[in-house]
Design a protein around this ligand. Structure first.
Ligand code: NAD
Length: 425
């Protein structure tokens, strides 16, 4: 299409006055033809914008002068170039490189496979204590062996431009050490839950990321799950009224002593590992607000040989502003994954796999929910990669991880003291 065509087509239905102005405009445009054709050559798919300008000029009865026309034209060309660039960015994003620290169950079964589905990031390296494991991962995921590090060589990540983000997936008691090492190497950090075993460690991670000017996010994948997003929406919009009554139970049977029953590495028993989901879920049900106070009671140990220095099970109550109450329990002695929140006008019940990756069965007082289950981890890591690309804060930042560790420590204090403990977030 030529510029002439635009002029004719754009102005053919206008009144006589507009047509007189059209010929004025034609004269004005001739010296600009070359300019326009260069723009058209570069941006041929978007030429429709030029037509829009001429139409607008016509409708405004051509109250233009040469300067404003040129200015509109160049703004349009600038807009076209920007739109072209955004289009390219959308179609061909640079995938950021992620290095997983710790190649245990969660990395191998969830995060690695999810990184084959991500659009904005990919697995580019690993940090592991096992050379053979690292080499196998390099083969499976197609990254060079130079991108395999040990826990002792994490500082060398600094010189590796293949790796933008370090994802800490080691036992809880090592999160602070590994997250801080990653930040010091200048890498953005994702840290698994619980963020750390103490509030002081959470602060140290946040401070290290701040000092290194890198972003920090916690592996709270359920913020990317549609059922949990619905819980957040219900809480925010008070669709069922204030969710005043919540209850939940999460547990699995741990058969032998592992790091999860080692206080130094785990920071506690099932409350640190599984109960954290209930703590977080109840705060979602309270519209993102932390409880004012907690009470708690340890369960009687049935296998004190395994649970010699951590609890085997614990029940606790969270009291939220506005009067909402959450009665929750977690255990390594029975298997359960359940959560319910009720308001005066309705309820939402996570009947099965409430906090798991898939297979969630969720009903409300209005009927069952049937969302298409996404890959939570892929969405979570893609979201963080986009936060890094666009310089945005993660929706699951370090401060959220720290909030939960503060609540968990208050629950332990309440169980130890046998009293209500105020939560100071
Ligand atoms: P895991 O035991 O399967 O793996 C732990 C990894 O850490 C192993 O590769 C192990 O070799 C390594 N490691 C390094 N130093 C170690 C040490 N001193 N002792 C023991 N192991 C050491 O554990 P996992 O299930 O993969 O859990 C790892 C982290 O991921 C934990 O913080 C856990 O809470 C978290 N996690 C999160 C989810 C989730 O859904 N977000 C699910 C599972 C685990």
């Amino acid at each position: 299409m030529t510029l002439e065509f635009f002029l004719v087509e754009s102005f053919s239905h206008e009144d006589a006055k507009a047509q007189r102005n059209t010929s004025k405009l034609k004269k004005l445009c001739v010296p600009l033809c070359l300019h326009v054709f260069v723009a058209k050559f570069l941006l041929s798919q978007n030429i429709i914008y030029l037509k829009t300008i001429f139409n607008r000029l016509s409708m405004e009865k051509l109250s233009i002068n040469r300067r404003s026309f040129i200015s509109q034209l160049s703004m349009s060309a600038g807009g076209l170039i920007l739109s072209q660039k955004l289009h390219l960015l959308k179609e061909q994003p640079r995938k950021l490189g992620i290095a997983l620290v710790g190649l245990g169950g969660y990395s191998a079964n969830q995060l690695g496979p999810a990184l084959k589905q991500t659009q904005y990031c990919k697995l580019a390296g690993v940090v592991t204590g096992s050379k053979a494991k690292g080499e196998q991962w390099a083969k499976d995921y197609g990254f060079p062996e130079k991108n395999i590090y040990t826990y002792d060589t994490m500082s060398q990540l600094a010189g590796n431009s293949d790796i933008d983000i370090v994802y800490v997936v080691t036992p809880n008691g090592l999160h602070a050490e590994h997250a801080i090492a990653a930040a010091k190497a200048g890498k953005h950090v994702i840290c698994e839950k619980p963020m750390a075993t103490t509030v002081a460690e959470c602060d140290a991670i946040i401070d290290a990321c701040h000092a290194a000017n890198v972003k920090l996010s916690i592996g709270y994948r359920l913020h990317f799950d549609p059922y949990h997003q619905e819980l957040m929406r219900l809480a925010k919009e008070k669709d069922f009224g204030l969710l005043k009554k919540m209850n939940g139970d999460r547990g699995f049977v741990m058969g032998s002593k592992a790091w999860r029953a080692d206080k130094k590495l785990a920071g506690g028993g099932p409350l640190m590992d599984l109960g954290i989901y209930l703590v977080h879920g109840a705060c979602m049900g309270a519209n993102g607000v932390a409880p004012l106070a907690v009470t708690a009671k340890y369960h009687t140990k049935t296998r004190p040989d395994i649970f010699s220095d951590v609890e085997e099970g614990i029940s606790w109550t969270m009291e939220f502003p506005g009067g909402s109450i959450a009665d929750l329990q977690t255990s390594y002695e029975h298997t359960k994954d359940y959560f319910k929140a009720e308001g005066a006008k309705g309820w939402i019940e996570f009947k099965e796999h409430a906090f798991t990756y898939r297979g969630l069965v969720v009903e409300t007082s209005r009927g069952p929910l049937n969302f298409t289950p996404p890959n939570q981890q892929a969405l979570q890591m893609d979201d963080f990669a986009q936060c890094v690309q666009l310089n945005k804060q993660s929706r699951v930042p370090g401060e959220l991880g720290k909030r939960d560790v503060i609540i968990i420590r208050a629950i332990y204090n309440a169980a130890e003291a046998g009293n209500k403990v105020l939560v100071k977030v």
